[in-house]
Design a protein around this ligand. Structure first.
Ligand code: MN
Length: 498
């Protein structure tokens, strides 16, 4: 469902005619070599396309115009091998609508001490050429990522990889559709927000369907389709022992499969990239989608419960950013705490809908009462989640802007079996420590719903926030409450003026 290789980054080198054809030929050869190196590099998840060296304001304008129009172009990498007077870039940069990465590199890693002459100096000028270009981008207040270093350095390649993933997630949001089945959970604040502003800012649309529209599709699912999906459940999961002898539970699994098939048909037919539901609005449905949401998330759909469209969209963006990497990206909720002063922990989970892509082993398929919502006992997958570096991310609507909040966490293996807890769950220690992290999250207004990632770092979310042009608050190893409070106050003033 997510294919990053469909996307292109255009590699654009700036120069000018002053150097003459011989030098410009070399500039073109070197640029082709660098673009091709990135294009073939296993760590760069998208195509990197060499574009002819631009030497005039018109050439620059035309390539920017073409980039805006090109459906698969998700961003530009620019590099000034020689000097490219930056007033030439004004018209082009002024219309650029795609993300920008400025690669501050040099074709030669080392100075050739014995042979260096003025020809070498004439060609290898990015040390000052890139500063001229950088000034103009700063003067025009355009967000971009600046990556510094020799182009074959792994750290440089990885910086481009991270940015390319953020740019791909951004491209994926443009024109994306998210559907809400039912509205927001009644009276809940943080899951609500300005959907018009979100479409203006983020490029995706969110619309609601009454649950009856979904139920009509569910009711068209055939017995044969249900048979096939139940067979898949039996292969992929360990069914809890009580199901085999219990006719009600067997029926329950068939109903859950029917819901999953109906949901998937609805999403595919409408070309949706994610959805929300709410246990308060299930009119005509026999149970809350549990296993359906878990499996659809695993297939790449964004999801969040209780009508939380911002988190559903963020989960989808994280899935695009993390595509092809080991580990999962999932809808999550801070559920309950372990306040042992020696070993403070957060237990993350949801009522049912924990993404099966996080499972550390073969999940168990179980059926239990939900205790909320007044519907039939829903089917869910139960599993533990492995330890390791992870993060939680949340987008909130602050009234005059969207704020992205990231908390870096250390996930740990479950300490106990939790035999009576019939949902999938994750345990983590938030950084820098439990008290600081939780206080910082609450000061920042972070939601109880998050996108939980096992494979993204703060750097991915930083690039994504920069591309989106939104505020980012990171809570991690360096966070102190006094600095964070100041940052929140300064940002409030900044966004009022902006
Ligand atoms: Mn919730």
């Amino acid at each position: 469902m997510i294919d990053l290789k469909q996307y292109e980054i255009w590699f654009i080198t700036g120069s000018q005619h002053l150097y003459g054809p011989e030098t410009l030929d070399k500039v073109a050869q070197h640029s082709q070599q660098i673009a091709s190196y990135f294009n073939l590099h296993a760590s760069i998840p998208v195509k990197v396309i060499y574009k002819p060296v631009v030497k005039t304001p018109d050439e620059i304008f035309e390539v920017m115009e073409a980039a805006n129009q090109a459906k698969h172009c998700i961003g530009l990498v620019t590099w000034m091998h020689t000097f490219s007077p930056a007033k030439m870039w004004i018209r082009g940069l002024n219309i650029l609508q795609k993300p920008l990465l400025h690669l501050h590199t040099q074709f030669n890693r080392d100075i050739p001490w014995d042979s260096i002459d003025m020809d070498f100096m004439n060609l290898n000028q990015s040390a000052h050429g890139d500063r001229e270009f950088g000034f103009m981008v700063s003067r025009m207040r355009i967000n971009r990522k600046v990556v510094v270093g020799f182009w074959q350095d792994e750290a440089v390649v990885n910086d481009i990889n991270i940015w390319a993933r953020a740019a791909a997630a951004w491209a994926d949001w443009q024109g994306a559709k998210f559907v809400r089945f039912g509205d927001n959970m009644r009276y809940v604040a943080v899951t609500d927000g300005d959907k018009v502003e979100a479409e203006l800012k983020f490029g995706y649309s969110v619309n609601t369907h009454g649950i009856g529209d979904l139920v009509a599709i569910i009711n068209q699912i055939t017995e044969a389709q249900i048979d096939a999906l139940v067979a898949e459940y039996k292969t992929d999961y360990t069914l809890s022992a009580d199901i085999a002898s219990n006719e009600v539970k067997k029926t329950s699994i068939r109903q859950a499969a029917k819901i999953e098939l109906g949901l998937k048909t609805f999403l595919e037919t409408g070309n949706y990239k994610g959805f929300t539901d709410t246990f308060e609005d299930l009119h005509g449905m026999v149970q809350l989608p549990g296993i359906a949401a878990q499996r659809l998330m695993q297939q790449g759909y964004g999801f969040a419960g209780e009508g939380d469209w911002k988190t559903a969209a963020l989960v989808r963006a994280c899935k695009v950013m993390g595509a092809g990497m080991a580990g999962g990206n999932a809808f999550m909720e801070d559920y309950t705490y372990h306040f042992d002063p020696e070993n403070s922990l957060v237990l993350g989970s949801h009522m049912l809908e924990v993404d099966a892509s996080l499972a550390s082993g073969k999940p168990t398929l179980e059926i239990h009462p939900l205790g909320i919502g007044g519907k039939a006992d829903p089917v869910r997958l139960v599993f533990n989640v492995a330890g390791g570096n992870a993060l939680n991310a949340s987008i909130v609507d602050m009234g005059n802007r969207f704020r992205l909040i990231v908390n870096e966490v250390q996930a740990i293996e479950p300490l106990h079996n939790l035999p009576k807890l019939p949902v999938a769950r994750v345990l983590w220690k938030p950084l820098p420590d439990m008290k600081t992290a939780c206080a910082a999250w609450i000061y920042a207004g972070g939601a109880h719903h998050t996108a939980y990632s096992q494979n993204l770092s703060n750097a991915h979310l930083q690039d994504f926030a920069d591309i989106a042009g939104i505020e980012l608050i990171t809570i991690g190893k360096q966070t102190t409450i006094s600095h964070l409070k100041n940052q929140l106050q300064w940002n409030d003033v900044f966004y009022k003026i902006k």
